[in-house]
Design a protein around this ligand. Structure first.
Ligand SMILES: [Zn+2]
Length: 319
């Protein structure tokens, strides 16, 4: 009996404390928890804090990508030794500094959140825009120029050809912390700084990745090998310098399978296009975007199942 009374007393205390010190603001996909360690914040100061956060954090989160934290704890304390620190999910603010500088918070947050950005450029041309953020102090300026030029050369072509509803605002981020080759999601392409340094001529990574933005199939529209096969087929057809980067479709071998993805699948699509059904990739792309693709799509489009197509390809893989 005594024990449970004590427990209820403690719980009451915790609830009171959190009601006093924690305020949560949700907007778009972001949740801001303002954790105030000392005296209550006045309403106008709270508004300054919230405005500063929602003006500064989303641009950072977009650059940081889909894995970043969208719930952020903002701690305000007299005891915090610095002035402001900010990173994914955590912001600390010195209460005394804040009282004197409420209107400076936004620019300080922006500065803190982008402190490992070496450059951030916005380039606009013919209705298309590209924000280019480099986190690599050693990024070759020629590579940077080629990535940007390829975007403006290829992306509008792919949008016009495959999906006119694609975004016109794309973000490129070159990151030293990212160790794969490149990836695309939500209008953003992330490039590995290390990969681009080792493969400076592989500029048609832009063609493959921006095709992923154009694809925009959403979840469970079709298998990954199909999405990747289409992106490499498009690189094969529209790439600006596949020859210069020594990128080509590999010869057929009986160890291959259409689910191998990428170039192997792309070559298979080229064979289908040339010998079975012209425009197969356009049709597949449309059905994936419309979420009407299924295993029966191959038969409907070509008269053969995918396995029958592959068997015919294996028997005579000339393109
Ligand atoms: Zn891909």
């Amino acid at each position: 009996m005594k024990k449970s009374l004590l427990l209820i007393g403690m719980l009451g205390c915790i609830i009171n404390a959190s009601a006093q010190d924690l305020e949560t603001v949700k907007k778009d996909r972001y949740t801001l928890n303002i954790i105030n360690k000392n005296d209550q914040l006045k309403d106008d100061l709270k508004k300054d804090l919230t405005d500063a956060f929602f003006n500064a954090y989303p641009a950072f989160a977009r650059a940081d990508g889909y894995r970043t934290k969208r719930e952020v704890n903002m701690e305000i304390s007299n005891d915090y030794k610095g002035t402001v620190s900010a990173s994914a999910g955590t912001i600390q603010i010195n209460r005394k500094w804040l009282k004197k500088n409420p209107k400076h918070l936004e620019s300080v947050l922006q500065y803190q959140l982008s402190r490992n950005w070496v450059s951030a450029d916005t380039i606009k041309k013919d209705g298309y825009s590209l924000v280019f953020i480099s986190k690599d102090p050693n990024l070759d300026l020629n590579v940077k120029k080629n990535l940007i030029d390829t975007y403006f050369k290829i992306y509008p072509v792919l949008v016009a050809k495959f999906n006119d509803k694609s975004t016109r605002d794309v973000l490129f981020v070159v990151d030293t912390a990212y160790k794969a080759v490149a990836e695309a999601s939500g209008g953003r392409v992330l490039f590995s700084a290390g990969y681009m340094k080792a493969h400076p001529t592989d500029i048609d990574v832009v063609t493959h990745e921006t095709m992923h933005i154009v694809q925009g199939y959403g979840y469970s529209a079709g298998p990954v090998w199909l999405t990747e096969g289409i992106a490499d087929y498009v690189r094969f057809k529209y790439g600006v310098d596949n020859v210069g980067s020594k990128w080509s479709l590999p010869a057929f071998s009986d160890k291959q399978h259409y689910t191998n993805s990428y170039r192997i699948t792309a070559r298979f699509f080229e064979w289908i296009d040339k010998t079975q059904k012209a425009g197969i990739v356009d049709e597949l792309d449309k059905s994936l975007r419309a979420h009407t693709y299924n295993d029966g799509s191959w038969k409907a489009l070509t008269g053969k199942t995918i396995d029958e197509l592959w068997a015919a390809y294996a028997a005579n893989p000339v393109i």
